[in-house]
Design a protein around this ligand. Structure first.
Ligand code: T4K
Length: 413
């Protein structure tokens, strides 16, 4: 049992102010969904018996097939991670010059471009959806712009239709970073079918994990063929290299993990959804708190519990709530603070970018991502929500006491 019986009714009960931590062991945000261990070990035994560990093995091929079945997309190329998958999609589509992306995303979206000497141009987001604002995209198009990468942040589709319209009208290539959006839909069509290509991540912390993994999914056969070549050094059959490539291959153990997770996909969704609804009911009615919701008419993986804290109403800032939670061993995260534009090398390249990104600045100062997934229990969530309720119900006091705490010599070091 992780939870102790301490109920945090008042600020004095909080670990930040001397109380016992609510959890004995850290409660992580990104705990992997493991699925059926016996099935995984069976598959690993099997691949060891077969002595086929990588290079387009049977489990990788089966994994790609299953991703196509689930998304309805025609082609899937599985890879060692989502970042390489993004890099290969960008390269195969011959993007160059400048590409417009949101700044409010994991830094891999920007790095995948900059790694190839393509400039990421940061676009502001819609503060309600947290995704790229199509109304701002058009202002950023220059003669050097070759494409747009929309990010389906938190697994909620960005404004696909508006981006498609702009890309078509302005002759730009459109792809999507769908790292968070495996098994999600947009207007009833599964993510994986939009733009020239969509990229999934199957990292340990993702809804479906392959330890590390990623994939490019597309309905364009020629593009899939090119990416498959690039993913394996450009080899087309033995001894014949026809393209500059790299090594982005997924290995068989990763595919075994991915296939095992796929067998429990419905269970992962059900648990995440239940967790989400519990957080919602526990935090409902507290002014200044907003929990991002998922559309019930869409397919969603409910992988992220995203809380926005409006300091003007709660009188306690997001960072203060974070500090209190960490003291309780609840390792909530400030994804995707402070925005790519405030990270290197982009901060040095574009020192004034923040002036064009007011919504990104605002959202990234308010967001806190809370623990969910199959390893988080109902009682864990009740405890976490209880701490948050105590903090926001006593916003002024918590803020003052944290400020005093920071003045103590122990915290000044
Ligand atoms: N595009 C977007 C929009 C993305 O969000 C990402 C990745 C990518 C592209 C690139 O895809 P990949 O190349 O990663 O496939 C994590 C992940 O490393 C990263 O995959 C993910 N996005 C990002 C949002 O989160 P960190 O820096 O938060 O990782 P870390 O080590 O702090 O772990 C997060 C939490 O999960 C901690 O509380 C610890 C816990 N954890 C982590 C691992 C790895 C576990 O409990 N078990 C584990 O095995 O980046």
């Amino acid at each position: 049992m992780r939870t102790m019986t301490t109920i945090k009714r008042s600020p004095s009960d909080l670990a930040a102010f001397g109380g016992a931590p609510a959890f004995q062991e850290p409660l992580h945000v990104g705990r992997p969904n493991i699925g059926n261990r016996a099935r995984l070990l069976e598959r690993i035994e099997d691949l060891l018996d077969r002595c086929w560990l990588s290079n387009n093995g049977p489990y990788v091929r089966e994994f790609e097939q299953r991703i196509c079945e689930i998304t309805g997309a025609k082609h899937c190329v599985a890879m060692c991670n989502g970042t390489i998958a993004l890099e290969l999609a960008i390269r195969a589509l011959e993007l160059s010059g400048e590409v417009i992306i949101p700044s409010f995303t994991f830094v891999a979206t920007a790095h995948a471009l900059q790694w190839q000497q393509i400039t990421p141009v940061f676009c502001d987001i819609n503060p309600d959806s947290h995704t790229i604002d199509p109304n701002r995209v058009e202002e950023l198009i220059t003669p050097r712009t070759s494409g747009i990468i929309g990010v389906h942040l938190w697994g909620r589709a960005c404004d696909v239709d508006a981006l498609e319209e702009i890309a078509a009208r302005r002759g730009l290539t459109l792809i999507f970073d769908a790292a968070h959006a495996f098994a999600c839909s947009h207007n009833g069509t599964m993510i994986g079918n939009f733009g020239e290509a969509e990229v999934f991540s199957f990292h340990a912390t993702k809804f479906l994990n392959a330890f590390e993994g990623g994939a490019v999914v597309t309905n364009n056969g020629e593009l899939a063929r090119k990416i498959r070549l690039m993913n394996n050094f450009g080899f087309s059959g033995y001894d014949n290299v026809i393209y500059i490539g790299t090594n982005g291959k997924m290995n068989e153990v990763s595919a075994a993990m991915g296939l095992t997770g796929l067998e429990d996909l419905d269970e992962f969704v059900a648990v995440n959804r239940r967790n989400h609804l519990q957080y919602r009911s526990e935090l409902e009615g507290f002014s200044g708190l907003r929990l991002l919701s998922y559309d019930d008419w869409e397919r969603s993986n409910y992988q992220y519990v995203v809380l926005e804290i409006d300091e003007a109403e709660t009188h306690v800032g997001r960072d203060a709530v974070l500090e209190v939670l960490w003291a309780e061993k609840v390792l909530a995260r400030r994804y995707f603070y402070p925005g790519c534009h405030r990270m290197e090398p982009y901060r040095s390249f574009f020192p004034h970018a923040r002036l064009l990104l007011p919504e990104t600045e605002g959202v990234s100062s308010r967001v806190l991502v809370l623990p969910t997934g199959t390893s988080v229990t109902e009682s864990d969530i009740a405890t976490v929500a209880g701490i948050i309720r105590t903090v926001v119900s006593n916003g002024d006091e918590v803020t003052t006491r944290l400020a005093e705490r920071h003045l103590e010599p122990a915290f000044a070091e």
